[in-house]
Write a new protein. Structure first.
Length: 451
């Protein structure tokens, strides 16, 4: 145990010093540069993005185009991976460590993240290709085919295939097992077996089955969680103006939650807010573009606009809802952290044990959906390296590791996976900056042709 503790401490220090801070700076800087180069596209064309993405679900039929899944299914698959435990526990932790001001910096990072996500998806669609009977794409392909850097493409694929087992598999399985055990006293082994069984039914069907499930599950879980959050905000509606004022004031003054580090400063709010905003929507990691690359879309820009909506839904809507619930109920001042703070907030706003059950069920749905999408991301990274023959073995290992994750507490593995997850971003950011001229050209040509 002593040896494992030392390894965990060393890995955590490495992660904090050499991954978190440099990565936070690199992703934010890339988002700012892309925003400037695209002339604030996410602001200028936000309503066009809203109209041509979510609005198209109610007004137009899908246009014939090459691809494996519909644009909405691609969005749902990507949201299934990004809308996760970070939207609940992650926001609570950011407020605990950085105070209410962290929420403001979550918004700022997400604003620039819209340009990053848009660029990732545009490049993934533009440089996608055929692999057997499937259309595939993502950072591996635009690094190799666009930037002409096959080494960076292979590096990204290695990091992605390995990191998926941690951040996308074992961590999620363990989160589900813990939540179910806390709420319903179900043994983790039972949860692990059920989770592995139902995951196998979906994952073994490939991207089309994952996309169909995600397109049904994501709207359901979003509606479920948003409805509960809005019900609480109605109860505490008189506290909303003060909560919003507190967010803006603390963003430039600094104020810690009870139990957070003493004398939280603007630097603390900036650090934890920016970091949480980045990691909750995964803009800069490039992972979501793997799903979007398979969409039936007539033009790369069309699918890129879905990326703007993806960040907006994940961060500006769901994370903001979580933050307001935590602040208006006063749960952020209890000294609790993470999921425990969220449980306390929902318990204060909903009768009986409904709040605890709602947070627990929300964590289960969010984590399960993340597990499904990351199975596909990791599979495509491995397929890029070794070809399609390795896919079946990868899927079987994925299902096995779901059970292992549910019954284990392998913090060393989780920290190592976090490092790999962070390292995925560096080759991807090189690709985004190196191909930013192509992003601008494709975008300009598209909008010049619009009536």
């Amino acid at each position: 145990m002593g040896c494992l503790k030392i390894i965990e401490t060393v890995l955590q220090k490495f992660y904090n010093l050499l991954v978190v801070l440099p990565l936070t700076f690199a992703i934010l800087t890339t988002g700012i540069l892309l925003t400037l180069r695209l002339q604030f596209l996410q602001l200028r064309h936000f309503f066009l993005a809203l109209r041509s993405t979510l609005g198209s679900l109610f007004t137009t039929k899908e246009k014939p185009a090459a691809g494996e899944i519909t644009p909405f299914q691609a969005l749902s698959t990507a949201l299934a991976a990004t809308v996760g435990t970070g939207n609940i526990a992650g926001v609570a932790t950011a407020i605990f460590l950085g105070g209410p001001g962290a929420v403001f910096w979550i918004w700022v990072s997400a604003f620039f993240g819209m340009a990053t996500k848009y660029s990732e998806i545009l490049l993934a669609v533009h440089y996608r290709t055929k692999a057997g009977d499937e259309i595939v794409g993502g950072p591996m392909y635009y690094l190799a085919r666009g930037l002409k850097k096959p080494f960076l493409a292979a590096l990204y694929a290695v990091f992605g295939a390995l990191a998926a087992f941690g951040i996308g598999n074992m961590v999620q399985a363990n989160s589900v097992a813990d939540a179910v055990h806390a709420a319903f006293a179900v043994p983790p082994a039972v949860t692990g077996l059920l989770l592995a069984f139902f995951s196998a039914l979906i994952i073994l069907g490939g991207i089309q089955r994952i996309a169909r499930v995600a397109s049904a599950l994501v709207p359901l879980m979003a509606f479920f969680y948003v409805a509960g959050g809005l019900a609480i905000l109605i109860v505490f509606r008189q506290q909303i103006p003060a909560a919003l004022a507190g967010i803006f004031a603390a963003a430039f003054q600094g104020r810690a939650a009870a139990g957070g580090f003493a004398g939280a400063t603007i630097i603390g709010a900036w650090r934890y807010g920016i970091a949480r905003g980045i990691f909750t929507n995964e803009a800069g990691l490039g992972s979501a573009s793997i799903a979007h690359a398979t969409a039936r879309t007539p033009h790369p820009v069309n699918q890129g606009l879905w990326g703007i909506m993806e960040v907006f839904i994940d961060t500006h809507l769901i994370c903001t809802l979580t933050a307001l619930v935590l602040l208006t109920t006063g749960a952020w001042q209890t000294g609790l952290e993470g999921a425990a703070m969220a449980v306390e907030a929902f318990s204060r706003g909903l009768p009986g044990n409904l709040g605890q059950y709602m947070v627990s069920l929300g964590l289960v749905l969010f984590a399960f959906s993340t597990l499904l999408s990351w199975a596909y991301y990791g599979e495509k990274c491995l397929e890029y390296l070794l070809g399609g023959g390795a896919v079946r073995l990868y899927r079987l290992l994925w299902i096995l590791f779901i059970f292992i994750g549910a019954v284990s507490h392998l913090r060393v593995v989780w920290t190592f996976a976090d490092i790999l997850n962070g390292l995925m971003a560096f080759p991807n950011l090189v690709g985004l900056l190196g191909l930013s001229g192509m992003v601008y050209k494709i975008t300009k040509d598209f909008f010049n042709r619009q009536p």
